[in-house]
Design a protein around this ligand. Structure first.
Ligand code: ATP
Ligand code: MG
Ligand code: MG
Length: 375
């Protein structure tokens, strides 16, 4: 059998490794962490820095294809791996999505809709950009942000210098605040032959800038649904993505769709595809990077997902049995030893007769985790 090489070792790699092993592949993972969520599932866990080019070369020589679950791998590391085996998606896609300005610029150049934005590299530029975009606006570090980290909102009564300091006074992007009605994502997969599939429109609800709940099959108008899927297909084609990529979008109050950001890998909002679909986002990533035919993305039933953050461990181990009292609920835990506040430790899904019912059951199950136990 073939061996899949995964750069990165979090829960996304873990769920990919689970799909890969189920299909008979061997899995190697490389990251700086030992006993990682992915390493626990992999056949081999290589502990090395992402910029250790010799380790990357050795790693690549032992596998048949390299993919990643962590997008901040240096272009040089991807290039070193690519000398030995196919790297999918290719390093160019990584490079593009590692920098918010580069990403938005490429999207705009491809005629795709985003919020209005400006590159900002100094406090002077920030003042000019605010004058052009107006307030409120959001200042974001160009690289390395997730779960809303490295972002500062600027309003009429805040000092731009504070925002500039708060994000670390480095390369940044300023975005106009989108007055959105809802957030959604389209998770798409594309094979080396150009074949493409997507999982439809997934509605995303955030709490404190962190994804909280995702719901499959967001009921937008047929025109909006077609438009969101067309945007996704265009991104996959234009950037020649082989693998899985998620397009996060805003639905504005005017009914328009704007791209928020891209994630060149499976996405938290796509976790519900494990239970909701014949072939999950991780199955599709495996199929796409291995050049296999893509799977069926049809949803079996309305499904919702709720994230489990480390905060739930506040009073000790959550009451898993209470959450699973509803037989429609499935539990996923990522094998992380330390439950820090805001850290993604696992998720729940529920399938039901309707979307509302699925949301009700999954959030009820999550609340039940915290119910005092009668011992
Ligand atoms: P992720 O964990 O999804 O990678 P991130 O740190 O990369 O998050 P973004 O997706 O850019 O950050 O922003 C996080 C959230 O903040 C968005 O999902 C949205 O709710 C809000 N947000 C970001 N940019 C804007 C904007 N221009 N207008 C309005 N809300 C925004
Ligand atoms: Mg992001
Ligand atoms: Mg985001």
């Amino acid at each position: 059998g073939a061996t899949i090489g995964i750069l990165g070792s979090g829960q996304l790699g873990r769920m990919l490794a689970q799909s890969a092993r189920r299909m008979g592949y061997r899995v190697h993972t490389l990251s700086p962490a030992a006993d990682s969520p992915t390493g626990q599932i992999a056949d081999r866990e290589v502990v090395a820095a992402y910029d250790d080019l010799e380790a990357i070369a050795r790693f690549a020589r032992d596998v048949d294809v390299v993919t990643f679950e962590f997008e901040n791998i240096a272009a040089e590391s991807a290039a070193v791996a690519a000398r030995h085996v196919p790297v999918r998606p290719k390093g160019d896609v990584l490079h593009l999505t590692q920098n918010r300005y580069r990403e938005k610029h490429a999207l705009t150049a491809a005629g795709l809709p985003t919020a209005r934005y400006e590159a900002v590299d100094s406090l002077e530029q920030l003042h000019d950009a605010i004058a052009r975009l107006g307030m409120p606006c959001i200042l974001k570090t160009a690289g390395f942000g997730y779960d809303g980290k490295g972002q500062a909102r600027i309003t009429a009564d805040s000092d731009p210098a504070d925002a500039w300091q708060a994000i670390g006074a480095g390369a940044a992007i300023l975005e106009a605040v989108v007055d959105f009605e809802a957030e959604l994502s389209v998770v798409a997969a594309r094979g080396p032959d150009g074949a493409q599939v997507d999982f439809g429109l997934i509605e995303n609800r955030h709490v404190d800038h962190i994804l909280d709940v995702s719901i499959a099959d967001m009921p937008l108008t047929p025109g909006q649904t077609a438009r969101a899927r067309e945007i996704a297909a265009t991104v996959m084609r234009e950037f020649d993505v082989v693998g899985v990529l998620c397009i996060e979008m805003f639905l504005t109050r005017d009914g328009e769709l704007l791209i928020n950001e891209l994630a060149p890998r499976p996405h938290n909002s796509g976790h519900l595809t494990i239970e909701a679909c014949a072939s999950s986002q991780f199955d599709q990533q495996l199929r796409a990077v291995c050049g296999l035919p893509l799977g069926d993305t049809t949803r079996h039933a309305p499904t919702a997902m709720a994230n489990l953050l480390g905060d739930l461990w506040n009073g000790g181990e959550p009451d898993w049995a209470a959450a699973l009292a509803d037989p429609a609920v499935n539990l996923h835990l990522y094998g992380k030893a330390e439950a820090r506040p805001g850290r993604k430790m696992g998720h729940l899904t529920a399938s039901a007769a309707s979307r509302d019912e699925a949301v009700r059951r999954v959030t009820q199950a999550r609340s039940a985790l915290l119910r005092p136990r009668n011992t």
